[in-house]
Design a protein around this ligand. Structure first.
Ligand code: NAD
Ligand code: 6OD
Length: 484
């Protein structure tokens, strides 16, 4: 039996309280995880503060960025270990984790190291009232101890998306991985030891949210800034914790993303793109599509084509060749998603496909499997159309005009992402300007250039990360005014 310990001050630290880490594919016990309490969170914060005053704080940018490249290289060297850990924890298909989660997990260290090495700061020369001159220039300084609170859907990728830039900017981090997926954050501790990262720069505390490591960490007065990815309601709780001490937050939160399909689109590409956005990672991608609006002349044909796509998806365990769809993250999450499946039926939805649980053989019967599901016919007021489900499902409705499509897409408190499918470039650009989101894809989805701003509008987040935008959160700009 594996044991996942906390990683504090460069060492793995056991505690007397443990919880189970189970595989969503078959419910087997993967590891016992050592839950951090107040003493461990205090120790992690103190270690991070010492690191900032010690060799890490004094390290040159060149050496720091070299170390981050070494971290990425070591993840690549241990690719198979990271892959095995991630697919056991999440149940996602091996091909998905091998092409997205682990390579991006490593790339996040190199990309941000290179950004920090190359980004300039501003300077202004000004005349002074006495006829002299002053020069203003800016220095970037780390914000200090950064708490990184992570979700379970892309564990390594989303954690390093924050840890990469935080460390590149010279901060020390304390990561609180999701209780559902503690493996890869723990493994990263071994990588940090191997490459010689100074003690206290990267710390991991395991546990839950309220009353556990998540709350203890975000309430800790020694934490200078909090970066969080997860549900909007959790973001609200963390924001309350951050208000004590007026600490900055960067939030990537929930969504109820719309795809808009115009009748002038490349039909096959639109069907393939929307199918991917609705079902990839078993619908557990924050950018995923749960509302599809299709221009009326194309509506029936599109519904039938998406149904065919959904029904062609092969459901199975991560290691099985050719599998497209894994399980949901947990039985608890499946109960939530199935609650929406039930509600859709009760509200009179047409269940185009799915709506239940697939039969799985042998040990897999204990897994959190679910059918990809498509509905039509629900009113826009339905909770199924308004609330984030985070499962492999979508509702499809018709529309007639551009204005109507934009109004439908915007009729949500969320504003994370949208995808627009059209061969009319002008129309695509008008929609991109009209839809209130942080990310708009035209004729694509989840196509990522890591130099670009990433984040949500409205209730989908606060701030932007990515490229130089990450520096806005992970550094303080200090203006120096020199009169001469
Ligand atoms: P969650 O909010 O339940 O948990 C996220 C993390 O917060 C976990 O580590 C959890 O232990 C911790 N946590 C929970 N309550 C806390 C509290 N009171 N104080 C401190 N920490 C607390 O989210 P999840 O279920 O892990 O992930 C799914 C959600 O994340 C979905 O809503 C999804 O849209 C969102 N998400 C958003 C993005 C984005 O980029 N916008 C990316 C991925 C996931
Ligand atoms: O690609 C990324 O950088 C990113 N943050 C993706 C988020 C996916 C959400 O589930």
């Amino acid at each position: 039996m594996q044991e996942f310990r906390n990683f504090i001050d460069g060492e793995f630290v056991a505690t007397s309280r443990t919880f189970e880490d189970r595989a969503p594919a078959d419910g087997r016990l993967i590891a016992r995880v050592h839950e951090a309490g107040a003493a461990e969170v205090d120790a992690a914060v103190a270690a991070a503060q010492r690191a900032l005053k010690g060799p890490w704080g004094r390290m040159t940018v060149a050496r720091r960025t070299e170390l981050l490249h070494a971290v990425a290289d070591e993840i690549d060297r241990r690719f198979d270990d990271f892959l095995a850990a991630e697919i056991a924890d999440t149940g996602k298909p091996r091909s998905l984790a091998a092409h997205i989660d682990i390579p991006r997990g490593a790339a996040n260290f190199k990309i941000f190291a290179d950004v920090v090495k190359n980004v300039p700061t501003e300077s202004f020369e000004m005349a002074t009232p006495d006829g002299g001159v002053a020069i203003n220039y800016a220095l970037r300084r780390p914000v200090g101890v950064v708490a990184v609170v992570c979700p379970w859907n892309l564990p390594l990728l989303l954690m390093t998306w924050k840890v990469g830039p935080a460390l590149a900017c010279g901060n020390a981090v304390i990561v609180k991985p999701s209780e559902e997926t503690p493996a890869t954050a723990t493994l990263l501790g071994e990588v940090m030891q191997k490459v010689g990262m100074p003690a206290g720069v990267y710390n991991v505390v395991h546990g839950f949210g309220p009353g556990s490591a998540g709350e203890l960490l975000t309430r800790h007065p020694g934490v200078n800034a909090i970066t969080f990815t997860g549900e909007t309601s959790t973001g609200e709780a963390i924001m309350r914790a951050a208000s004590s001490g007026v600490r900055p937050v960067s939030f990537e939160l929930g969504g109820k993303n719309a795809a808009i399909v115009f009748d002038d689109c490349d039909f096959d590409k639109a069907v393939a793109g929307v199918a991917r956005s609705a079902f990839e990672n078993c619908g557990q991608v924050c950018l995923g599509t749960e509302r599809v609006y299709v221009q009326r002349p194309l509506f029936e044909r599109f519904v039938q084509a998406l149904k065919a796509r959904a029904e062609s998806l092969r459901i199975g365990p991560p290691e099985q060749e050719g599998v497209d769809l894994g399980p949901l993250i947990s039985q608890e999450h499946r109960r939530k998603v199935l609650g929406y499946y039930e509600q859709a039926r009760e509200e009179g939805a047409t269940v185009v496909t799915g709506g239940g649980v697939p039969g799985m053989p042998g040990a897999l019967a204990e897994g959190a499997w679910i059918q990809p599901t498509i509905w039509t016919g629900l009113p826009e007021s339905s909770a199924v159309v308004r609330e984030e489900i985070f499962g492999p499902c979508c509702h499809i409705a018709p529309f007639d005009t551009e204005e109507e499509a934009a109004a439908l897409a915007n009729a949500t408190p969320y504003g994370l992402a949208t995808s627009v499918w059209t061969d009319n470039l002008g129309r695509g650009l008008r929609m991109a300007a009209a839809i209130e989101v942080g990310l708009c894809w035209i004729n694509s989805w989840f196509l990522r250039d890591l130099r670009t701003p990433f984040g949500g509008a409205k209730a989908s987040g606060i701030g932007r990360e990515g490229g130089v935008h990450s520096l806005e959160f992970y550094t303080e700009l200090r203006n120096v005014c020199v009169k001469h």
